[in-house]
Design a protein around this ligand. Sequence first.
Ligand code: DGY
Length: 425
Amino acid sequence: MSQELIERAKTIMRENDKGGYTVPTRGLYPFQWNWDSCLSALGFAHFDEARAWREIETLFAHQWEDGMVPHIVFHAEDEGYFPGPSVWETGRSTPTSGITQPPVAGFAVRRLYDRASDKALAEAKARALLPKIAAWHDWFFATRDPDKTGLVAIIHPWESGRDNSVDWDAALDRVPTEGVMPFSRRDIDHANPEHRPTQAQYERYIWLVQHFRRLAWDNAKLHDASPFRVVDPGFNAILIRSSSDLAELAQALGEHGLEARARQQAAAGVAALERLWSEELGQYRCFDRAVSRFVESPSVGGILAAFADIPLARRKALAKRIADLGERAQFVVPSHDPATSVYDGKRYWRGPVWLIVNYMIADGMARSGDHATLRRIVDDSLRLIELGGFAEYYDPISGEPCGGDCFTWTAAMVIEFLTHMGGPT
Ligand code: DGY
């Protein structure tokens, strides 16, 4: 069974391979997405190491001069996606979007390097990527943490990767819609509209894009000028984990200057993350920097913090939280708590289970030796695949596959679960 699943996963990855980069899925997402590529590279590494490195190299070939790595690279024209390059107008020769995404590259590159069978190739590739990833991290701390709090803010819900999470509702409500260009969405031609963000959310997403475009995508201005500035524990945990993985990689490669800086960034992040802990929710929660207010929202962003090297007591509390969620859902880890009135089990990030998030949480649990939580997450993830195929996300109660189909990173995570995380019980 495992081998058959691995073969199906490889087939999906090959079918979505455009040569040098993969699309997340055909139709709905026809370009290269940042964190999709980094996590998908882990899947490629199981059957083609050179191809795995190439996925990340292609992404970094489009890094901006200021260090930002954009969330989408528009390698080819495709009218089937909105908003395309003419909406972003970032002025790049190969068009890109103008915002970023969860910085998982440092983690992915260290993992590729540590597991590589072709050590010479891995060393050359990691050595070339190391300063680029460090520049991206420096960019985050310079432009998204101007007051040096140790934590960075996102300025658009799309940056979080958790586009329509309940976490953003109050902040997004403050984003105006006056002057938004008329547009027709394309996502709902490819996926069930009930599984996607609402029109009201899209209008605000596009308002923010137009606002940043008017500021000529100048990252020295965007943070302070954005009405949407939220500190997300999940996003920061990914940055912290990537920083500590980058430090390990830099140490292995004898790059001691980069190592020291990355270690310092990770340590400052871990200390600052503590401010986002909520005793009441039993997990971390977001902070709305624009109005200096915590967002008391029990979403998976606050559980994803387990991916960083947080204190053991916090990891244990998060494991308890997952166990509690597991009483209310058939499949963990739901992206929002099913006990709340705003939970929606099929609507993108307002309830559904995502395998990439499960993978990162499971990895954090493995690091603290919590094999029971790891087991529950891996078992539930593999059951979802067996029941519903390689979907974008799944209803945590019914297991119904939702959103897009034949997803690259879902396939990559299945390969990882089966080969590195204990496989099926
Ligand atoms: C989309 O178009 O839905 C993406 O999540 C934006 O990156």
